[in-house]
Design a protein around this ligand. Structure first.
Ligand code: KG4
Ligand code: ZN
Length: 368
């Protein structure tokens, strides 16, 4: 089954053709990120205008790369929410039109839930193989790892979805049965990365810029300010909170600015400490959830799952604590927004509806 998927929930315009929910025939992603630089964040009107410009060429490029035409596809999948209303409307209207004209079934997709299905996509770069530091856990083709590599995720699984707007934990009892366990009560981890990046002069480059700056430092030389808080790390619930950490970073940056000490070294130190604080919380909570629900595997996904420190820390924690849990992590370009995950979700969990019933839902709940 070949699904044509469309994703336009934020600043990306993406289209993909995915076979049987796992095989990428094409996955085109076009971003308007650079156009927002002077606005200090994503400017929704501009994102939608760029999506209107990109949508047809991006869909056509996905079809061309997969070497198929509209009639060869079996269904159309589209992100209906949560996200920016103007952006969602572009993808939804494009998908509705394609479904109407071709008579193909159309499947509405929840963007946040779809992130976790990046782990179901069959790609040899999934699950570590692109990163030598992360190979350790699966380097021998034992039974568990080969099952994971063929993307037969072992259930029950704990799934952490950590993106720009969401930090959520789910229990996956099967590829269809998902239960929400907890999420952030205020800011998302991605927001904390993004806000810090802006404060210290990295513009809209977000978590990736923080990761690159943090890489320049070795933790033993950390001298800047106080250790940042790890909010709710010892809290028994599976909820998160990152607004206190964000405020603590603002305070640190202001202090450094006042003392004229905001330079490359202190920026690297601060980036390192922010990354450590965020990843400590994410790793601790995810492992707590896995223990509580006797999970057999952990899945991470969403833009922040691209963070190399998070990937390594989680892997390291499982190994050093001898936890018999398989760990699945999508390759970096399947962590950030992409239509491939949308198609995979649609294949495993989607329900086709009449094209007339598809509507953009910016506030779509992620608590299933
Ligand atoms: O999933 P995503 O592409 O979009 C949303 O659905 O929000 O996630 C975007 C988030 C941003 O907060 C961005 O700063 C963060 O993912 N991100 C990273 C990294 N790459 C992207 N955060 C930390 N380290 C990275 N390498
Ligand atoms: Zn996303």
């Amino acid at each position: 089954m070949d699904i044509l998927a469309i994703e336009t929930s934020c600043d990306e315009t993406s289209a993909a053709i995915i076979r049987n929910g796992t095989e990428i025939l094409s996955n085109i992603v076009s971003s308007s990120k650079d156009f927002h630089e002077k606005y200090g964040g994503i400017f929704p009107e501009l994102a939608a205008r760029k999506q209107l410009e990109f949508i047809l060429p991006v869909v056509q490029a996905a079809l061309n790369q997969a070497n198929i035409n509209y009639q060869d596809t079996d269904a159309i999948a589209v992100t209906v929410g949560p996200g920016l209303i103007g952006s969602l409307l572009i993808g939804v209207e494009a998908a509705r039109t394609i479904a109407y004209v071709t008579g193909k079934p159309i499947i509405p997709v929840n963007h946040v839930l779809a992130h976790m299905y990046a782990n179901f996509i069959n790609n040899e770069n999934n699950h570590f193989s692109s990163d030598p530091d992360l190979i350790g856990r699966f380097e021998k083709p034992d039974q568990e790892s080969s099952r994971l590599r063929s993307n037969n995720i072992v259930f029950p699984a704990i799934s952490l979805v950590v993106s720009g707007g969401h930090t959520e934990l789910y229990l996956m009892e099967s590829s269809k049965k998902i239960k929400w366990l907890g999420g952030t009560v205020d800011d998302a981890a991605g927001e904390c990365f993004d806000k810090t990046a802006r404060l210290i002069g990295f513009g809209n480059r977000g978590g990736l810029a923080i990761q690159e700056a943090a890489d320049k430092i070795n933790s033993s030389s950390l001298t800047v300010g106080n250790k940042l808080p790890r909010p709710m790390i010892y809290d028994k619930s599976l909820n998160f909170s990152f607004s206190g950490l964000k405020t603590a970073v603002v305070r640190e940056v202001n202090k450094l600015k006042e003392n004229q000490r905001l330079d490359d070294t202190t920026i690297a130190q601060l980036s390192h400490e922010v990354q450590e604080a965020i990843t400590d919380v994410l790793v601790t909570k995810t492992i707590n959830a896995a223990k509580t629900y006797n999970a057999k595997s952990i899945l991470i996904s969403g833009g922040v799952a691209a963070n190399l420190r998070l990937r390594k820390k989680l892997n390291h924690h499982l190994i050093t604590n001898h936890l018999q849990l398989a760990l699945a992590i999508p390759q970096v370009n399947l962590c950030t927004d992409n239509a491939a995950s949308i198609a995979s979700y649609a294949y495993f969990r989607g329900q086709p509806v009449n094209w007339r019933e598809i509507i953009a839902a910016p506030d779509l709940s992620v608590e299933v």
